[in-house]
Design a protein around this ligand. Structure first.
Ligand code: PLP
Length: 405
């Protein structure tokens, strides 16, 4: 098979390239608006104009008001702020219990662990084997001292979409604040904070063709997680630091563009995803899809190939100019099994052979077909050299022979 000359980028959940229109507005902000948005003279006002426009664009895209958007240095910072800031605020009322899921991104998992080391208590809700959090499990975990429920909107590894609206209703029924990490959802599927009824929601610009190092936290009017970054009076005195003017301008433009073409984009990604899932499950023995198909990000296919290590497949794909991942990009240096796959009950040895393919608007059907061609060649060839696979096949044969007797 001939290797495609161009890079086939199938890791859009890890990050995306800046759209040309985003680069244009950022270049304009970087080269023109040289003032500080807090300064009271013309070049300061010019910089503030970029910040105000970016804030209005982000707010409009998620049906919030501009005063409810607080820019941060990344999605991880937004998550840290929502979780730790709420814990510190609510600790003053002696509410020191938090609820989250067992398969959150590390920005949430490690924030929760840090709070546990400080004496807070955390309940980790286990997802179903299909990768969904059941609202009734959240309700059962709520206690009189619960400060926060934080459940991600869409899982970054298996793409399953959670019933956030129902969970927020339950949290509010018990007087508990509700946060959702919507980093994988914003710009990818419809997100309306009023419809969801959440108090806080995290986003990250580089997931929807905006710049890296740029995030935001939506805080519903009247909800104030304690500041984590103190200093000047930026972001309505809630997050200090001179604004990343170009980053904010780029984030606003990118999100405006992403939501303008959302239906079209979702249909396109779903077509590629479903093609790959159908063909791989049909043509590669024992390949299995991780996470349910019904409520799933349109561009996410997470597939296990028993008998192989994901890292081996990753290298083979790279030799064919295909970029994919074995799980979360933030954990790509670790050989530990994915906590997400373990949480939905995927056995460790199968979890090790899992690959995540995530499609974006720029991917084509030709690329999806090429991925399948490559997998159909690489997986059987590697399995023929894999002790793990050959041993597994022998055991299966012995079982079936015994069955025949
Ligand atoms: N939350 C989720 C679900 C993510 O997928 C990511 C990034 O992959 C983050 C948080 C962190 O975002 P950032 O890379 O902007 O810090």
């Amino acid at each position: 098979m001939e290797t495609m000359e161009k890079v086939v980028y199938l890791d859009n959940a890890a990050t995306t390239a800046c759209a040309p229109e985003v680069l244009a507005v950022m270049t304009q902000a970087l080269s023109g608006a040289c003032g500080n948005p807090s300064s009271h003279y013309s070049v300061g006002y010019e910089a503030k104009e970029f910040v105000d426009t970016g804030r209005a664009q982000v707010a409009k895209a998620i049906n919030a008001s501009p005063a409810e958007i607080f820019f941060t240095g990344c999605g991880s910072e937004a998550d840290n702020w929502a979780v730790k800031g709420t814990a510190f605020t609510k600790a003053r009322q002696n509410k020191k219990h938090l609820i989250t899921s067992a398969f959150e991104h590390h920005a949430i998992m490690h924030s929760m662990a840090a709070l546990e080391r400080m004496g807070f208590e955390v309940t980790y809700i286990k997802p179903t084997p299909e990768g969904y959090i059941r609202p009734e499990d959240v309700e059962a975990a709520i206690r009189p001292d619960t400060a926060l429920v934080s459940i991600m909107m869409a899982n970054n590894e298996i793409g399953t979409i959670q019933p956030i609206k129902e969970i927020a209703e339950i949290a509010h029924k018990h007087g508990v604040w509700m946060h959702t990490d919507a980093v994988q959802a914003v710009g990818t599927i419809p997100v309306d904070v009023k419809e969801l009824g959440v108090d806080m929601l995290s986003m990250s610009a580089h997931k929807f063709n905006g710049p890296k190092g740029m995030g935001a936290l939506y805080c519903r009017k009247g909800i104030w997680p304690q500041n984590l970054i103190d200093g000047g009076s930026q972001e309505a005195r809630h997050r200090a630091g001179t604004e990343n003017v170009a980053g904010i301008a780029g984030m606003g433009k990118a999100l405006e563009m992403a939501v303008a073409h959302l239906d079209e984009r979702m249909a396109h990604e779903k077509e590629l995803r479903d093609y790959v899932i159908d063909r791989v499950l049909k043509n590669i023995p024992e390949a299995r899809l991780n996470g349910g198909l019904e409520h799933r990000l349109p561009g996410n296919a997470n597939i296990s190939f028993p008998g192989l290590e994901g890292e081996t497949i990753l290298l083979d794909l790279d030799m064919h100019n295909i970029c994919a991942s074995t799980g979360s990009a933030c954990n790509s240096d670790s050989l530990d099994p994915s906590h997400v796959l373990l949480s939905i009950g995927v056995p460790e040895e199968i979890g090790h052979g899992s690959m995540r393919f995530t499609f974006g608007p720029q991917n084509t059907m030709e690329e999806a077909k090429y991925l399948c061609d490559v997998l159909e060649e690489v997986i059987p060839r590697r399995r023929a050299m894999s002790c793990m696979w050959l041993q597994g096949q022998n055991t299966a044969r012995q079982f079936s022979l015994k069955g025949e007797n």
